[in-house]
Design a protein. Structure first.
Length: 346
């Protein structure tokens, strides 16, 4: 049925046109209802040192909901402005935690976070590993995660409170998406607005120089949107979050968050079109060729689409193909760190 529906929509609506990059970025931002948000009333809640890292726990408000909490990590004895990276936490069906998935604070990570890191990040908190390479790294929560999560009633039962919350939140995400749509925005548009505010804050700090961003899976989705909508983001890393929409239909659509399907985007371009609309600005995409969330043909098509967008600046597009499952493991992290250091130097 969906294959037949795709044929009808293609004939009548002509999805996935190849709009020029600047036009696509502006039209997609309007279609998604990306909010113009600012990190206001920024506070340093506490600071700490752990080995060779210095950390700050920050909080701010974007004008609605609980205060956003964030970790800013940097080398302990660093001097002068450092290149900055907005580290974007994944979705992973885990909303009890946000920034903690990828960044350590003063407390030990929870068992649930350790479990996720082992499965998706090679067992390490990549924000801290990146900070040790000489970066100022900001990891923050966004709507529905961590400090920004909803106060859901979680019934008792087996498993931890965090696990039970995540089960409830899984069945609640469509409600979040519907409320955003009813308000004229979208789940992706709200989250992108919060990420834009975080990036602007990081750039505003006198101890931070050029800024890039990086994320896995849902964090890669956020990185792609941030890179598309913020011209001041110097370099973008999208890990294991790339495919053509058309190759997901009928087989993989149901595997993804509502954020991956912002209203109106297919009428403007395909997902790889939007991510590559920042061309010729630097972009790295890491393709996990045993990724159970994306078909191989979808990843191959996306690579071709992005390559076409970067035909006048092929050196600015770094494609990394790895025979791995859905993950941002240590070798792929190190590859991204080296690339970010090159792109954000000077």
């Amino acid at each position: 049925m969906f294959a037949e529906l795709a044929g009808v929509t293609e004939a009548q609506l002509g999805p996935y046109p190849a709009l020029p990059g600047p036009e696509l970025r502006a039209a997609a931002r309007a279609a998604m209802g990306v909010l113009d948000l600012t990190a206001q009333d920024v506070r340093v809640e506490r600071t700490w040192t752990a080995g060779d890292l210095h950390g700050e726990e920050l909080s701010w408000t974007v004008g609605f909901g609980p205060r956003t909490r964030a970790y800013l990590l940097r080398p302990r004895d660093a001097e002068g402005p450092l290149p900055g990276v907005v580290a974007l936490h994944c979705h992973a069906g885990m909303k009890w935690a946000g920034k903690e998935k990828i960044a350590d604070g003063p407390e030990e990570p929870s068992p649930e976070v350790r479990r996720l890191r082992e499965a998706a990040y090679g067992g390490r908190a990549f924000a801290g590993a990146l900070a040790r390479r000489g970066f100022a790294v900001l990891a923050h929560d966004v709507l529905a995660w961590g400090s920004r999560r909803f106060p859901l009633d979680v019934p008792g039962g087996p498993g931890s409170e965090a696990d039970r919350y995540d089960l409830a939140a899984r069945d609640h995400e469509h409600v979040v998406a519907k409320h955003c749509a009813a308000l004229g925005t979208s789940f992706a548009g709200v989250v992108a607005g919060e990420d834009l505010a975080a990036a602007a804050y990081l750039r505003s700090r006198p101890d931070v120089g050029p800024v890039g961003c990086a994320g896995l899976s849902g964090g890669g989705l956020r990185a792609g949107l941030l890179g598309a909508f913020d011209a001041k983001i110097r370099a973008v890393v999208v890990a294991a979050m790339m495919s053509s929409y058309r190759d997901l239909i009928g087989t993989h659509v149901h595997r993804h968050t509502w954020m991956f399907y912002p209203p109106g985007l297919p009428r403007l371009g395909d997902w790889p079109d939007l991510v590559a609309a920042r061309a010729p600005a630097p972009l790295m995409v890491q393709y996990a060729m045993r990724d159970e969330l994306f078909p191989v043909e979808g990843m191959r098509r996306a690579h071709a689409v992005i390559g076409a967008r970067y035909r006048d600046a092929p050196e600015a597009y770094e494609a990394v193909f790895a025979d791995v499952p859905h993950s941002f493991d240590v070798p792929r992290q190190d590859r991204a760190f080296d690339w970010l250091a090159e792109q954000l130097s000077g």
